[in-house]
Design a protein around this ligand. Sequence first.
Ligand code: OMP
Length: 225
Amino acid sequence: ATSISASNCESFVDFALQEGVLRFGEFMTKSGRLSPYFFNAGLFNHGASVGRLGQFYAQALIDAGIDFDMLFGPAYKGIPLATTAAISLSSHPRLAGRSIPFAFNRKEAKAHGEGGTLVGAPLKGKVVIIDDVITAGTSVNESVDIIRSAGAEPVAVLIALDRMERAGNDHELSTNSAVQEVALRHGMPVIAIANLENILAVIRERAEFAQYEAAVLAYRQRYGI
Ligand code: OMP
């Protein structure tokens, strides 16, 4: 994954800790791994924090140097993420006043009114998919299909956190990380605001988090790349 400068990545980890979005403890991941930490993007749940989150997404995308036309946020969690990132991008000095269109899908097709499953700007041109976290990497495929079916081109995936874990299940872990597999499968970069290395760096810098280092290292040993 492409990342922005270490200090910006670590500021993002700090911010996620302050907001209670990143926590240490014992958590079951979607793919059934017992993780010593969890990142719950749904807890960026007030105006100031979701606004700041948008700035981090916007900066990561700009720093990656990707040429793009619009954003797509998969339902449900991707919807506020695409919205806040589009707001931040549109006031970013590097985009010189370009207002960035965004779209998202409905989970259930609507039969009345405007109909269909897509909401927002028409999907066209180069589209960046915005999501929260990739662990084992199961959710990007659907977004790629939606974008391609509309005749547009998915060009990158932009996420908040790359957990740097191997794809696959406990019996057959891939040699690639889930993020690398997504990038290979779809031929596009995955850009993360921060990753597990940045979390470990913050753990090492702060005495209050030292107690979690061993568990995070053991988890990385088992599932990490
Ligand atoms: P994969 O689809 O396996 O890559 O898992 C990513 C999804 O897991 C995210 O979209 C979340 O729903 C959830 N998740 C988190 O939000 N934060 C985490 O720290 C870990 C997970 C997870 O369950 O793996």
